[in-house]
Design a protein around this ligand. Structure first.
Ligand code: FES
Length: 288
C-alpha cells in the first residue's frame, strides 16, 4: 500500500512536471524548454528504477525524493509566474485589486473558454503528489515500527513433532533457515539442535552432504556425511562443529524448545555463536 501511494504521488508529480514544460512552451520560456529533455528523462528513470526495486523498499528511496523535489520546484516556479486568466472580464474586481496591490503580472490565456486554468491543475497535481508521497513514507515508517508476531526467519518457527525426525536425521527447515539435527548418543546427543544454515566464514548456505567422506584429523574419525560449505569447503560434523576449513568457528545455534507433547519450536531471533561444545547444547525430549 505505501508503495502504490508513492508511485501515485510520483506519477502526479510527473504530470505536474509535463504540464510545467507545456506552460513553458506556451509562454516562450526558452531556458526551461532547452533543459526539459534531460529533466524529464532523469525523473522517469528514477521512478522506473523505484518501481523495479519495489521489493527492497529502494523504490521509495529512489522515487520519493526525486518526485518530491520536482513537485516543490514546480510550486516554486508557479509562484513566480504571471497569473493566467481567460479574460480580464472573467476575473472579479476584488481579485484584480489584490493582484494589483501585490504587483502581480497577469496574462490572458490563449484558450479563453478554459474552465480550469492550467496553473490550477498543475498546483493541484503537485500538492496531491506531495501528499501521497508523504503519506506513503509515513506508512512505511509505521509499518517498520509496528510490532507484530514475526513468522518465519526472525521469529518463532514451529518445526514439527519429534516423532517426525528419526535419530541421526538432518532436516532443512527452509522457513527458519536452519538445520534441525537429531543427534544420536554417538554424535554427542541424544537431543535436538537447530543449526543456522549460514556459514560462519562468509555466509554461504551450508548443505548436509550425506555422501561426502572425510577424516576428522582431531578425532581420527572417518565417515560419510558432513555439513560442507560449497564456497571454501569448511566442514562441520553432525553437531555443526568445525573440523576443517577457513570458518572461524562452528556453525551457529538457534534457541530450541520441545513442548511436553513433543512439538519443537525454534526461536530464530536468538542465535548463539557456534563452539566446539555444540553437541552439549542439544535439547533432549522431555519425559511425560
Ligand atoms: Fe563457508 Fe567460506 S563461506 S567456508
Amino acid at each position: 500500500m505505501p508503495h502504490s501511494l508513492a508511485y501515485t504521488g510520483a506519477g502526479l508529480a510527473l504530470v505536474a512536471l509535463i504540464g510545467w514544460l507545456l506552460e513553458a512552451r506556451d509562454t516562450g520560456d526558452e531556458t526551461t524548454q532547452s533543459t526539459w529533455p534531460p529533466v524529464l528523462a532523469v525523473s522517469i528513470a528514477a521512478i522506473a528504477l523505484g518501481v523495479a526495486f519495489d521489493a527492497s523498499r529502494l523504490g521509495l528511496v529512489l522515487s520519493v525524493p526525486v518526485a518530491l523535489g520536482f513537485s516543490l520546484a514546480l510550486l516554486h516556479t508557479l509562484a513566480r509566474r504571471p497569473h493566467v486568466y481567460g479574460a480580464v472580464s472573467s476575473v472579479s474586481p476584488e481579485v484584480l485589486q489584490r493582484h494589483a496591490l501585490a504587483g502581480d503580472a497577469i496574462v490572458l490565456e490563449r484558450t479563453a473558454n478554459r474552465r480550469v486554468s492550467r496553473r490550477t491543475v498543475l498546483q493541484g497535481s503537485a500538492w496531491l503528489g506531495i501528499g501521497a508521497m508523504l503519506a506513503a513514507t509515513g506508512g512505511v515508517i509505521v509499518d517498520f515500527l509496528w510490532s507484530r508476531d514475526v513468522q518465519g526467519f526472525g521469529g518463532i518457527v514451529a518445526a514439527g513433532n519429534v516423532r517426525k525426525f528419526p535419530p541421526g536425521s538432518k532436516t532443512k527447515i527452509t522457513a527458519g533457515k536452519f538445520w534441525l539435527v537429531h543427534l544420536t548418543a554417538e554424535q554427542g546427543g541424544p537431543g535436538f539442535l537447530a543449526l543456522w544454515q549460514k556459514c560462519p566464514h562468509l555466509g554461504c548456505t551450508v548443505p548436509w552432504e550425506p555422501g561426502y567422506s572425510f577424516t576428522d584429523k582431531v578425532t581420527g574419525s572417518s565417515k560419510r556425511g558432513w555439513f560442507r560449505c560449497p564456497c571454501h569447503q569448511s566442514t562441520y560434523n553432525d553437531a555443526g562443529v568445525r573440523v576443517f576449513g577457513p570458518a572461524p568457528r562452528s556453525m551457529d545455534r538457534m534457541a530450541l524448545t520441545i513442548a511436553p507433547d513433543g512439538e519443537i519450536e525454534v526461536d530464530t531471533a536468538t542465535i548463539e555463536k557456534g563452539a566446539v561444545d555444540n553437541a552439549a547444547s542439544a535439547v533432549t525430549v522431555p519425559k511425560v
